[in-house]
Structure formats: structure tokens, C-alpha cells
Ligand binder design. Structure first.
Ligand SMILES: NC(=O)c1ccc[n+]([C@@H]2O[C@H](COP(=O)([O-])OP(=O)(O)OC[C@H]3O[C@@H](n4cnc5c(N)ncnc54)[C@H](OP(=O)(O)O)[C@@H]3O)[C@@H](O)[C@H]2O)c1
Length: 361
């Protein structure tokens, strides 16, 4: 039996290919190892950002690829097809971080009723969340369309939830208006939903082709295209959460709002704009939001299960929006995966689409 991996050149993301390798026979798997067939996974701009930060954030180390290439991590589902772990049966369904591939060998450790962890040495230099797998067999929240929503949105909505929490605990730094760039992205509209629910005025910044979608979501009070951001009134405090990572846009906003820019949080890099960083900007200093710090802080303050319980209730309020605004598009096989990958890389995916992929034919 063979495995297929989809890999990209680390220094030129448009160069991509599939490679085939031999799968290990069950009797050659190490003690406690699982051979998992990767059934389906979500793909969005977030995965492109994993590639952009592959070296810096060590994402390339998770799923080794031939020299000069990387395998982009994705969130999705796999099924255990061979097991050397006494407590994990063949047929078990897992949700977590997978390579763009048909198979993955996991060195199962810390196996509990609901989770397990990959203890492989080469995976230990990233945040723990990337090595944890949910054991989701038979769980209706991870089945069918609900499962697709989990893969497409859950990891992104966790970030939306944490940024909203960070802003709320700081009284939004005195701002009552919050600007979100790449407002059409899933991470942004998750955050917009939470901000809107607690009465903030949410202003979505987006490209002209995406204004209709952003306006239709119902969680943005106002939608402004990138070329019109300086038409916004600048006489009251604002906070800015940056999903686009576009340095020219960031500089324009800081200059326009000046001291009224009370908070400027960097979250994403959808635009992958490469202009050199501007020097000192007026207003609050832009800073990266590091989710694991907020998780650690809240885990201490809220105690065991505190984050999960609050996140669960936020998710229940958010999930119905997905039925209305997101259409899941499924593609199977290497050529289809390549096409969706390149379309995502080039920003050609309409925001109302959520792509679920599989390299299995
Ligand atoms: N720091 C963290 O822990 C964390 C966690 C979750 C997500 N994020 C980041 O949040 C960002 C959004 O991710 P997502 O998966 O939610 O995105 P998504 O839903 O795939 O967003 C698609 C939108 O991004 C913009 N875009 C995408 N590709 C583009 C391109 N090549 N050129 C120009 N614009 C492009 C467009 O929005 P507009 O037209 O509206 O600009 C597009 O509608 C990513 O950078 C992701 O890494 C960070």
C-alpha cells in the first residue's frame, strides 16, 4: 500500500506536487503507533499562513517532507486503519492536525477517553494544541455537515473567541468601534459575530468584490473597501484587529486615526503583502496576538474546563450563522486538491465557500 502527500516548495508556494511513498506494514509499526488514513480536511487562507510562517513557527517540522519542500498542516478527520496501541481500536475516528496526505503515523500517548496526543519527537517544538487529537467516533457534533463546520471553523473561531475575550477584559481599550481587515475571512466574521453580540460597532474592511458577502452576514455594522478607509470618522477611539497583514493598509489606518487608534492587534496575513514595515506609527503600537498566552492566562483564572465551557457556549451561538452563510464545497483527489490549493493561494476562493478536501481518489 502507498501513501500520497501533497507538498509545496518552501521558497515558491506556486511550485507544488504530489509524492508517493510506501506505507509501513502493520507488524513494523512501533509499539503504541497508529496508522491513520486522512479522510477529509479543511483548507482556507489560514493554511497558507501556516506555510508563510512554516520556518519561523516550526510548522514545517510537524510533517516532514523532502529537502526544500514542506507539507502544509490542515485540520481534519482521520480513521485508524492499523493500531499497535492497546486502547485505540482500528476504526477509531480522530479530529486534529494532519498533513495534506492520505496517511499519517501517530505515536499515540496520553490516551484518555476523549483525546490522545502524538508524542513523536519531531512534533514537540510547537504549541501542545497542534499535537492533540479528539477521539470523535460517534460524536454527532463531529459528523456530517457539523463535522465539516468543526474542521473549517473551530480552530479559527477559537482565535476569534480569544481575541474577543482579550478585548473585552481590557474594555476594548476604550474603543466602541472595532475595525477588522479581511472582514470576509472566517476568522474575522467569527470575531465580528462576538463583538456585535456584546454591542460593539463592528466595521468590516474588505476588497470591493467581497463587500456583498460581508454586508450579508449581519454582524458588521458597516462595510468599507480598502481604498475608502480614510473616509471613516477619526474623532473617536477605535480598535483594529488585522487579519490581512497588509503593512500599507495598517500604516494608512494608523496615520488616519492617530491617537484615537487605541489598540492594534495583528492576527493574520491573508494579503501576504511584502512591503517593508513602516517605522514608528501614530497611535497604539501594533502587536501580534499570541493565542497560547491568552489560553494559559484564562486556564489559570477559569480553572479546568473553564475555557472549553465558555468556548462551547460561544460556538453554539455562532454555528447557526454558518448554515446561512457558508456553503461547503467538497473536492477529492490530487488534481482537485492542487486546484483548490492554488486558488486559495491566489485569493480566488469566494468567501461564502468552505473547502473540504481529500487526497483519497
Ligand atoms: N494568529 C492565529 O493564531 C490565527 C488563528 C486563526 C486565523 N489566523 C489568521 O487569520 C487569517 C484568516 O484566515 P481564514 O482561514 O479565516 O481566511 P479565509 O476565510 O480563507 O479568508 C479569505 C479572505 O482573505 C482574503 N484573502 C485571502 N487570500 C488572499 C490573497 N491571496 N490576496 C488577497 N486577499 C486574500 C480575502 O478577504 P478580503 O477581500 O476581505 O481581504 C478573502 O475573502 C489568516 O491569515 C490566518 O492565519 C491566525
Amino acid at each position: 500500500m502507498t501513501a500520497t502527500d501533497f507538498i509545496v516548495a518552501r521558497d515558491d508556494f506556486e511550485t507544488c506536487k504530489t509524492i508517493t511513498t510506501e506505507l509501513p506494514a502493520t507488524d513494523t509499526l512501533p509499539q503504541d503507533a497508529l496508522l491513520v488514513q486522512v479522510d477529509r480536511f479543511a483548507f482556507s487562507a489560514n493554511n497558507i499562513t501556516y506555510a508563510v510562517l512554516g520556518g519561523e513557527m516550526k510548522y514545517w517540522q510537524l510533517f516532514p517532507a523532502p529537502h526544500g519542500f514542506g507539507n502544509i498542516p490542515v485540520w481534519g478527520f482521520g480513521e485508524v486503519i492499523a493500531s499497535k496501541h492497546p486502547n485505540v481500536p482500528v476504526g477509531e475516528r480522530l479530529f486534529g492536525y494532519f498533513p495534506m496526505a492520505t496517511h499519517l503515523v501517530i505515536e499515540a500517548t496520553d490516551v484518555s477517553k476523549r483525546t490522545l496526543r502524538d508524542g513523536a519527537m519531531h512534533r514537540q517544538r510547537v504549541a501542545p494544541v497542534y499535537n492533540a487529537y479528539g477521539r470523535v467516533s460517534g460524536d454527532p457534533a463531529y459528523t456530517g455537515r457539523q463535522g465539516d463546520y468543526q474542521a473549517l471553523l473551530r480552530p479559527l473561531f477559537m482565535l476569534s473567541f480569544l481575541v474577543d475575550d482579550f478585548l473585552a477584559e481590557n474594555d476594548d481599550f476604550g474603543a466602541r468601534r472595532v475595525l477588522l481587515s479581511s472582514a470576509s475571512s472566517k476568522t474575522a466574521f467569527g470575531l465580528a459575530h462576538l463583538l456585535h453580540a456584546r454591542g460593539r460597532k463592528v466595521i468590516g474592511l474588505t476588497s470591493s468584490g467581497n463587500t456583498g458577502f460581508v454586508g450579508s452576514l449581519g454582524c458588521y455594522n458597516e462595510v468599507v473597501t480598502y481604498d475608502r478607509v480614510t473616509s471613516l470618522p477619526s474623532d473617536a477611539p477605535v480598535a483594529f484587529v488585522d487579519m490581512a497583514g497588509n503593512s500599507a493598509l495598517r500604516a494608512a489606518l494608523h496615520r488616519h486615526f492617530g491617537d484615537q487608534m487605541k489598540c492594534s492587534v495583528r492576527v493574520g496575513l491573508t494579503h501576504r503583502a511584502t512591503e517593508p514595515e513602516e517605522g514608528e506609527l501614530p497611535g497604539a503600537r501594533p502587536r501580534w496576538f499570541f493565542a497560547p498566552d491568552q489560553i494559559r492566562k484564562r486556564a489559570n483564572e477559569w480553572g479546568p474546563g473553564g475555557i472549553e465551557q465558555r468556548f462551547g457556549s460561544a460556538w453554539s451561538g455562532f454555528a447557526p450563522l454558518l448554515e446561512r452563510c457558508l456553503s461547503v464545497v467538497e473536492s477529492r483527489g490530487p488534481e482537485a486538491v492542487r486546484q483548490v490549493y492554488l486558488d486559495t493561494l491566489k485569493g480566488r476562493i469566494p468567501p461564502e465557500q468552505g473547502h473540504m478536501l481529500s487526497l483519497l481518489g
